[in-house]
Structures are given as structure tokens and as C-alpha cells.
Design a protein around this ligand. Structure first.
Ligand code: UDP
Ligand code: MG
Length: 312
């Protein structure tokens, strides 16, 4: 009997959890030939999430949970799940039912039949996200596509079913700065993508605000590309070249026509422009430096406060 582990990161999901669990029960009912383990990760929720999870675990031995001491983010929750589940197959699902549990049945069948390592889901409709988020996401994936050699797509959801071998490979990537989309694609393996229409969030609001998404985006770029550093060198060289040409032009003009003092406004513009570029690339370098600093500290990625074993 093969065991399937379901990892569910939860941050303030008290409204979604009951319907999510109900859907999962239906799926487990239909997949009787499999053992199940549902691993909820309570990522420092401030609502009643932990009480609901304790209750699930008390009544159902297939339910497990890990509760963090504070909000460490979805990436940390995914890592905690992957490190602690015991299944032969592992899947990740959001608690808000945007990753419909019922899809698992189809994913498992295909994984078995086609002898694949990963079956993932892609969606083309992001209708539930606002125009600005859709636009920025589109631009971001265009940029990261140019910068990184690891392929990434805005349509790939984190919802995927993987074999134990894939999970072990991901766990070998021990970096502090974790960006799952990149990590999953970095390890490779035979992957099949199914396309589906992602439903709207069942209850509540998105748990990602602009600043969370922005720092997640920077993590992705810094974690999976060093090209921004190369670009800064190129821009530096380009500006040196332009300066050289300008020097030659000015010397020639002065020698031939003399030296009337003029053009200070354009000079001011050039100084401001060049210092802007300099500061920007200093910032880019600073981002990489900051990431190295964080990596060398070897701080834990998450801290566990409670698990289902602490019950009773
Ligand atoms: N989540 C989490 N920690 C966070 C933010 C989100 O564990 O700091 C979980 C959240 O509870 C949900 C999943 O990550 O199960 C995806 O979050 P959400 O649906 O809000 O993201 P969106 O669909 O808007 O990208
Ligand atoms: Mg969602």
C-alpha cells in the first residue's frame, strides 16, 4: 500500500480549513487503495487555525501538524512539510481550495501510468488576482526568464505530486534563501504539466501583500541568477566608453573652436543620471551580499512550537 503525503501551508486559514478537510476526506474515500498523511503547517497564524488543526488531529490519525513559533513564510512551511512527511508520494496544496484536492486522483493515476516523477498543475486564468498583480507578475516572469537559466513560468502552481526520490533531491538543496519554483525546476526529473482553471479563493483574502510578493520576487532573482552582476559590469564599461568618446569630442572642439563655457545644465543631468545608475548597481550588489550574509549565519529557517505529538 503506497502512502501519499499532503503538505498544506496555512496562515490564518480558519475559514478555509473545514471545507479543505472535507474535500480531502472525499478524495481519501475515493483513493482507498492508498494510505494518507495530511501534514498541515501552521505558519504562525493569529486566528483559530491551530485549534482547528488540533481538533482534526484528535479525531483522525491521518492528520498531522507542525505549528511554527511565528510567521516564517510559505517557503519555510513547504520545507518543514517536506522534511517531516513520510509518504512514498508527496504533494503540496494551498489551504484555500485554489489547488482542488479532487485533482489529486487524476494526478496520481497519470503519475503511475506514465511512470513519471512529477505531475504538476498549470493554470492560465489568474482572474482572481487584480490587474496590477497580473501585470507585475507578467513582467517579473519575463525578467526572470531572461536572467535565469532555470525555466520558470507564472502559470505553474506549487500544487504538484512528486515521488520520494524528487523530495529527497529537493531536500539536498539546503540553502537559507528558498524559492520553491526555482528549486523544483532546478532538480529536474520527468515532469508532466496538466492545465486547469484555477477557482477563486474559497474563503478569506490572499495572504500575500505587495511587500511579501516583492521580497519573494527579489529572492527568486538573487537565488537563481547572477546575471544582474554581469549586467552592472557591462553598463559600467558602456559608460566608460561613452565618456571616452565625449572626452575626444570635447578636446577636439576646444582645440578647433576654443572653449566657451556652456552646457552646465546638461552636465548636471549627466551627473545625476550616472550617480543613479551607480547607486542602483551598488544596491544590486548589496542584495547579493545580504543573501550571502544570511546564508553564513546558518539560522534555522523555521522554529517549531508544537506538533500533533504534543497532544494528550
Ligand atoms: N501561506 C503561508 N504563509 C504565508 C502566506 C501564505 O503558509 O506567510 C499559505 C496560505 O495559507 C495558503 C498558501 O500559502 O495556503 C497560498 O497563499 P494564498 O492563497 O494567500 O496566496 P495566493 O493564492 O494569493 O498567491
Ligand atoms: Mg490562493
Amino acid at each position: 500500500m503506497k502512502k501519499i503525503s499532503v503538505i498544506v501551508p496555512c496562515y490564518n486559514e480558519e475559514e478555509s480549513l473545514p471545507s479543505f478537510y472535507k474535500e480531502m476526506q472525499n478524495v481519501m474515500e475515493k483513493m482507498k487503495e492508498n494510505d494518507f498523511e495530511i501534514m498541515f503547517i501552521n505558519d504562525g497564524s493569529k486566528d483559530k487555525t491551530i485549534e482547528i488543526l488540533r481538533d482534526f488531529a484528535n479525531n483522525d490519525s491521518r492528520v498531522r501538524f507542525i505549528s511554527f513559533s511565528r510567521n516564517f513564510g510559505k517557503e519555510a512551511a513547504i520545507l518543514a512539510g517536506l522534511q517531516n512527511v513520510t509518504g512514498d508520494y508527496v504533494t503540496l496544496m494551498d489551504a484555500d481550495l485554489q489547488d482542488p484536492p479532487a485533482k489529486l486522483i487524476e494526478m496520481y493515476e497519470i503519475l503511475q501510468k506514465e511512470n513519471l516523477d512529477i505531475v504538476g498543475l498549470k493554470t492560465n486564468n489568474h482572474k482572481n488576482y487584480g490587474f496590477m498583480r497580473k501585470f507585475l507578475t507578467f513582467c517579473y516572469y519575463k525578467i526572470i526568464g531572461l536572467l535565469s537559466s532555470v525555466p520558470m513560468s507564472p502559470n505553474e502552481r506549487d500544487y504538484r505530486l512528486m515521488t520520494r526520490q524528487v523530495v529527497d533531491a529537493i531536500l539536498k538543496l539546503t540553502e537559507y534563501n528558498r524559492y520553491s519554483k526555482g528549486l523544483f525546476n532546478f532538480v529536474g526529473f520527468d515532469t508532466l504539466w496538466l492545465t486547469y482553471d484555477a477557482p477563486n479563493r474559497a474563503h478569506g483574502k490572499t495572504k500575500f501583500n505587495f511587500s511579501k510578493l516583492f521580497s519573494y520576487a527579489i529572492d527568486g532573482i538573487v537565488g537563481f541568477s547572477t546575471r544582474p552582476l554581469l549586467i552592472s559590469s557591462f553598463v559600467g564599461m558602456l559608460f566608460c566608453l561613452i565618456a571616452l568618446i565625449m572626452i575626444i569630442v570635447i578636446i577636439t572642439k576646444t582645440v578647433i573652436w576654443g572653449d566657451p563655457v556652456s552646457g552646465w545644465p546638461s552636465l548636471a543631468c549627466i551627473i545625476i543620471f550616472v550617480s543613479g545608475i551607480e547607486l542602483f548597481f551598488l544596491g544590486v550588489m548589496g542584495e547579493y551580499l545580504a543573501k550571502i550574509y544570511l546564508e553564513t549565519k546558518h539560522r534555522p529557517i523555521y522554529i517549531v512550537k508544537e506538533t500533533e505529538k504534543d497532544q494528550k
